[in-house]
Design a protein around this ligand. Structure first.
Ligand SMILES: NC(=O)C1=CN([C@@H]2O[C@H](COP(=O)(O)OP(=O)(O)OC[C@H]3O[C@@H](n4cnc5c(N)ncnc54)[C@H](O)[C@@H]3O)[C@@H](O)[C@H]2O)C=CC1
Ligand SMILES: C[C@@H](CO)CCC[C@@H](C)[C@H]1CC[C@H]2[C@@H]3[C@H](O)CC4=CC(=O)CC[C@]4(C)[C@H]3CC[C@]12C
Length: 371
């Protein structure tokens, strides 16, 4: 009996568990049948209907509607959890939300999660950071090609999203070793995905819809030579699950560390990579070189930013193209590292072929193929 109680003792909390990545983390935790998992708590501002179907399995699934900016709500959700996987965040590089709101959710929300761990005695915290904490910086320095966690880069930000992710990551790493209730040290680490793709990726869906509107075409805007790191959502989720599992055994090695999320996805430009999925769904990318000169794109992006500012009192104008998204899309950033493999034995769970097929099937199922 004691063995059974011991075997099923752990409670995991996934903040943002109804988001694009969060849903994959939750499903992965259940699929992998974490041996000691008794309960998964899903804490999100908006709860999704699919949660209901998960409630019939052997692991208790508890949905908690809450806001990470509210310290008391976070503390109540964290109390009694062994591990917190903090994926909740406001992902906004389009200017939909104010900088203040982005800061509140991403920075204050993360502070609340850390303080809740300390107050309630939760020892293990996995934070979903981002490649954006590195760059591109405000000085316009090129990102790096095939970089790793040690590659030097002057990370200086002005855009609210990367600023907030960088600050939050710093808080999480600095919290490593703090004494939690009961006297034991908090063990934290941060995972930095590059651009995530896969089932549920809204921007991919937006590009697909845009292509359909344009007669099954998309027009190349970024040179094919600018490579942008991408990683499959299932592998990112798997990395989170592995880190959560291994943190206790390897706290000395993993505590306070950052890990880029990587897999076998090929190095390509943002647009060429998207075509890996959109071409089998009937779209084509027009042009082997950008059809619009770069200076014109910069001008359009600046105009969009100006229009957004002018129209803000009346309506929300938030197009995909703005100076920041152009800078990210137009600056090479790819990672090549095996730190996660060395530190906690990570190998991608999904091959590139599998990741690609799953994503294609999702685009086809969501939208239906054009005739
Ligand atoms: N999508 C991407 O390419 C990348 C995302 N990330 C990070 O991964 C994490 C998850 O991102 P996605 O799944 O793409 O975003 P998402 O927007 O799909 O998911 C975020 C989830 O957080 C929840 N949330 C937002 N504000 C909240 C609040 N105040 N209280 C409670 N829950 C709240 C949302 O309801 C949503 O379910 C974020 O922290 C993001 O910064 C990092 C690198 C790349
Ligand atoms: C210039 C346009 C012509 O088609 C293309 C614009 C594409 C952009 C909307 C995307 C290009 C790169 C993306 C970002 C990148 O993948 C890294 C990210 C990490 C995160 O943590 C959040 C999302 C994002 C900022 C992602 C957002 C969309 C792009 C800027």
């Amino acid at each position: 009996m004691a063995g059974t109680a011991q075997a099923q003792e752990q409670v995991y909390l996934v903040t943002g568990g109804c988001g694009f990545l969060g849903e994959h983390v939750v499903r992965m935790l259940l699929q992998q049948q974490e041996p000691r998992l008794r309960e998964i708590r899903i804490f999100d501002l908006h709860l999704s209907p699919w949660l209901e179907e998960l409630k019939t399995g052997p692991v208790q699934v508890t949905a908690i509607q809450g806001d990470v900016t509210q310290a008391h709500e976070v503390a109540a959700a964290v109390a009694g959890a062994h591990v917190v996987i903090h994926t909740a965040g406001l992902v906004d590089v389009f200017g939909r939300s104010s900088p203040k709101t982005i800061h509140e959710v991403n920075v204050q929300g993360t502070k609340n999660v850390i303080e809740a761990c300390v107050q309630t005695g939760t020892r293990f915290l996995v934070y979903t950071s981002s490649m954006e904490v590195v760059g591109p910086n405000i000085k316009g320095h090129p990102f790096y090609s095939r970089g790793n966690e040690e590659t030097p880069y002057e990370a200086v930000h002005s855009h609210p999203y990367p600023c907030s992710k960088a600050l939050a990551e710093q808080l999480v790493l600095e919290a490593n070793g703090r004494r939690v209730r009961g006297g034991l040290p908090l063990v934290t680490c941060a995972l930095r995905p590059t651009g995530i793709y896969g089932e549920g990726h809204q921007i991919m869906r937006d590009f697909y819809r845009q292509g359909l509107r344009l007669g099954c075409r998309l027009f190349r805007a970024i040179p094919a030579s600018v490579e942008h790191g991408r990683v499959y959502v299932g592998n990112v989720a798997w990395m989170h699950v592995l880190v959560a599992r291994e943190l206790e055994q390897r706290e000395k090695l993993m505590g306070g560390q950052v890990y880029f999320c990587y897999d076998e996805s090929p190095y390509k430009s943002y647009e060429d990579f998207n075509m890996e999925f959109l071409a089998p769904c009937g779209l084509r990318l027009v042009g082997t070189r950008p059809l619009v000169p770069y200076w014109l794109l910069v001008l359009l992006a600046t105009l969009n930013a100006l229009l957004q500012w002018l129209l803000r009192p009346f309506l929300l104008y938030a197009p995909m193209l703005n100076p920041y998204t152009l800078a990210v899309a137009n600056t090479t950033f790819t990672v090549s590292t095996n730190k996660a493999q060395r530190h906690f034995g990570y190998e991608p769970l999904f091959s590139w072929e599998d990741s690609r097929n799953r994503t294609i099937r999702w685009v086809q199922a969501v939208e239906g193929s054009p005739s």
